[in-house]
Design a protein around this ligand. Structure first.
Ligand code: CP
Length: 330
């Protein structure tokens, strides 16, 4: 006689994580930074710390032995895809990599819900990057297993925002009281959309520096305003650089422009050089979600304030913490 396998039911995704009963985040989707409160961040960063210690001491361990991650990427990725793979393997689990959907049945017209329902039959958690805003939320509606949003178009990139905040915490020792300046393509940069929302949980000032056509969307400015966070917009960096504690640089996202002419009109609008950095605080950090395409000169990489490759490593620990948490092993 066939054994009945009970369905895995998610807890209510609309409750703040802190209000969920049982293990924090167990069985949950990670879709938007709006889901987190400060206690959640403290918990994730605490687990990420432990992960960093374990990786440095023993490299790989068996916390998620027997668990499988489906890594489903409809858009290119180096860091997010590789770090989730590394995170799962460092935790002793395994990965189904689908980084080139054109070699999967997506190229035959398979829908996202069908792809998700297929992969969850094989895996315990699905990481999804997709070009459409809201795609991760849509996938989560169909999935019984946790969905982790790895970037939905110009929408959100919540795991990047978590690792960005963890980087600030680790590098600066605190987040409250800081002035964070975001620079570049603020219209299309989902990392700055998520990070600015997450920063509203702290007592910070936010500056936006961009060309006029790449300003932070009004919807996000409105959300930050509603949380009474001081924010200012600028078109040039030099006036605001000396008072910044964190400079968060972003790439102008060529792939999101309607015409090549529009991209050409703003390409290379800001380039961070050694000369510009002379006007910055000695203890300021420069962050970038990467990839960079010329907006930070390579000559800056040796400056101790250049935190972007350390930021990559922090991402591994945060993603290990998230996988362990949603699978109930943190
Ligand atoms: N920061 C980031 O999302 O990088 P990838 O596009 O390489 O994943």
């Amino acid at each position: 006689m066939a054994t009945h396998i009970p369905p895995i039911r998610k807890q209510n995704p609309y409750l703040p994580f802190g209000d969920q009963k049982g293990t924090r985040f167990y069985g949950q989707d990670i879709l938007s930074v709006k889901q987190f409160n400060r206690d959640d961040l403290e918990y994730i960063f605490g687990v990420a710390h432990e992960m960093a210690g374990m990786v440095r001491r023993i490299g790989t361990f068996d916390l998620l032995k027997g668990k499988i991650l489906a890594n489903l990427f409809y858009e290119p990725s180096t860091r997010t895809s590789a770090s989730f793979t590394a995170a799962m393997e460092r935790l002793g689990g395994s990965v189904i990599p689908i980084n080139e959907v054109r070699y999967s049945s997506v190229s035959k017209g398979e829908s996202l819900p069908d792809t998700i329902r297929t992969l969850e039959a094989y895996a315990d958690v699905i990481v999804l990057r997709h070009p459409e805003v809201g795609s991760a939320a849509m996938a989560a509606k169909y999935a019984r297993k946790p969905i982790i949003n790895a970037g939905d178009g110009i929408g959100e990139h919540p795991t990047q925002a978590l690792l960005d905040l963890f980087t600030i915490q680790e590098e600066m020792g605190h987040i409250d009281g800081l002035t964070i300046t975001m620079l570049g393509d603020l219209r299309n940069g989902r990392t700055v959309h998520s990070l600015s929302r997450l920063l509203t949980l702290f007592d910070v000032c936010i500056n936006y520096v961009s060309p006029d056509i790449l300003r932070m969307p009004a919807e996000i400015i409105g959300e930050i305003n509603d949380k009474n966070i001081p924010q200012k917009e600028f078109s040039d960096l030099e006036t605001i650089l000396p008072e910044s504690d964190v400079l968060y640089v972003t790439r102008v996202q060529k792939e999101r422009f309607a015409t090549p002419e529009e991209y050409e009109s703003v390409k290379g609008c800001y380039v961070i050089t050694r000369e510009i950095m002379q006007k910055a605080k000695e203890e300021m950090i420069v962050m970038h979600p990467l990839p960079r395409v010329g907006e930070i000169e390579m000559e800056l990489d040796d400056d101790p304030r250049a935190a972007y490759f350390r930021q990559v490593e922090y991402g591994l620990y945060v993603r290990m913490a998230l996988l362990a948490s949603v699978l109930g092993k943190a």
